[in-house]
Design a protein around this ligand. Structure first.
Ligand code: G3H
Ligand code: 13P
Ligand code: ZN
Length: 330
C-alpha cells in the first residue's frame, strides 16, 4: 500500500471547495501515455492551474498500474522543475467495481470515481457507500454518479441518455457520503455526442447540438447547495481539429461536441470538475496525421509525437484559460 501523500499528490476536497466558491472548474484530463502527461503538466504549470490527472480502467490496463504510480509521482516533480508546484490529483475515471477502486487506492490514487449509474438506485447507493467507507479511511475522495450519459467507454456504455433526477441527489449524497457527484444533463462521451438528426446545421454545414439541460443542473444545485458537481462528456469537438484530421486522410463523420460557451456557463456554477478526453484524442490524431501526410518518409516517433504533444498542450491551455477559468488558481 502506497499513500498518494507519499507521491506528493492531493485529494480533490480543497480544490473543489475553492472552485465552487470561485465559480470555476478544475480540469480533469485523461491520460494514457508520456506525451499526454507532459502536455497536461506543461499546460497547467504555464497557466498555474490545479489539475486532475484522470485514468480510466482501460488506461490503467494500457499503461500498467506500477508505471502509472511512478508517472504521477514524476508529474509532481516535473511540475516543480518547470517552476510551479501546482496541486495534482490522480483520479480513477469510471471505476466499475469496489475491487478496482480499492486497488487504485493501494497504488497511490488520491481520488476515485465509482460509477454505479447503470445500476438500480439502491444498488448504486450500496456500492458507492462501500467505496466511500473504504476510501475515506485513507483520505481519498470519491465521485459518484446519478443519471446515465449516452456513449461508449471501455467498461460502461449506454445507447441513450437518462437525465439525472434532481429529486434523488440529496438522498444519494446523504446516504453515500460521496465528495462529488457527476450528473447527466445532456452531455455524452466521445466525438459523436449527438446524431445529426438531433442537431440543426449552419449554412457552412456545422452541426449545432441541442442545448444542455441547465434546468436540471439548477434544480440539483438547489437541492444540494454548494456541493461539488461534475460534468462528464465535456469535449467540444473543435471543428478545426476535425477538419485537420479529415484533410489529412481521416474519416470522422458528423463529429459534434458541447459548445464551449455552454461549458463556460456550467463552470461558473456548482460544476467544479469538467472531464475532457476526446478533444485531446482529436488534437493528437490531427497533429500526427499532418506529419504523416506531409513527411511520409518520417519514422522517428519523436518527430510526430512531439508535434502532437505541442498541439495537445495548446488545446489544454485554451480550455483552462477560456473555458474552465482555472488559470491562476493553483
Ligand atoms: O469517459 C471515458 C474516457 O473518455 C475514457 O475512455 O475508457 O476509452 O479510456 P477509455
Ligand atoms: P469526452 O469524451 O467528452 O472527452 O468525455 C470524457 C469523460 O467524460 C471522461 O470521463
Ligand atoms: Zn466520463
Amino acid at each position: 500500500m502506497i499513500s498518494y501523500k507519499e507521491l506528493g499528490l492531493v485529494n480533490s476536497k480543497e480544490l473543489f471547495a475553492k472552485a465552487v466558491k470561485g465559480g470555476y472548474a478544475i480540469p480533469a484530463f485523461n491520460f494514457n501515455n508520456l506525451e499526454q502527461l507532459q502536455a497536461i503538466i506543461q499546460a497547467c504549470v504555464e497557466t498555474k492551474s490545479p489539475v486532475i490527472l484522470q485514468v480510466s480502467s482501460g488506461a490503467r490496463k494500457y499503461a500498467n498500474q506500477t508505471l502509472l504510480r511512478y508517472m504521477a509521482q514524476g508529474a509532481v516533480e516535473y511540475a516543480k522543475e518547470l517552476g510551479a508546484a501546482i496541486p495534482i490529483v490522480l483520479h480513477l475515471d469510471h471505476g466499475d467495481s469496489f475491487e478496482l477502486c480499492k486497488s487504485c487506492i493501494e497504488y497511490g490514487f488520491s481520488s476515485v470515481m465509482i460509477d454505479g449509474s447503470h445500476l438500480p438506485y439502491e444498488k448504486n447507493v450500496e456500492l458507492t457507500r462501500k467505496v466511500v467507507e473504504y476510501a475515506h479511511k485513507y483520505d481519498v475522495t470519491v465521485e459518484g454518479e446519478l443519471g446515465v450519459l449516452a456513449g461508449i467507454e471501455d467498461e460502461v456504455s449506454s445507447e441513450v441518455t437518462h437525465y439525472t433526477k434532481p429529486e434523488e441527489v440529496e438522498d444519494f449524497v446523504k446516504k453515500t457520503g460521496v465528495d462529488s457527484l457527476a450528473i447527466s444533463i445532456g452531455t455524452s462521451h466521445g466525438a459523436n455526442k449527438f446524431k445529426p438528426e438531433q442537431c440543426t446545421r449552419t449554412a457552412d454545414g456545422i452541426l449545432v447540438p441541442p442545448p444542455l439541460r441547465f434546468d436540471i443542473l439548477e434544480e440539483c444545485e438547489k437541492r444540494i447547495p454548494g456541493f461539488p458537481i461534475v460534468l462528464h462528456g465535456a469535449s467540444s469537438v473543435p471543428v478545426e481539429l476535425v477538419r485537420q484530421i479529415n484533410q489529412y486522410g481521416g474519416k470522422l463523420k458528423d463529429a459534434v461536441g458541447i459548445p464551449e460557451e455552454q461549458l463556460r456557463r456550467a463552470a461558473a456554477s456548482a460544476v467544479c470538475k469538467i472531464n475532457i478526453d476526446s478533444d485531446g484524442r482529436l488534437a493528437v490524431t490531427a497533429a500526427i496525421r499532418k506529419v504523416f501526410a506531409e513527411s511520409p518518409a518520417e519514422f522517428d516517433p519523436r518527430k510526430y509525437l512531439g508535434p502532437a504533444r505541442e498541439q495537445l498542450k495548446e488545446l489544454y491551455k485554451h480550455k483552462i484559460i477560456n473555458v474552465l477559468g482555472s488559470a491562476g488558481k493553483a
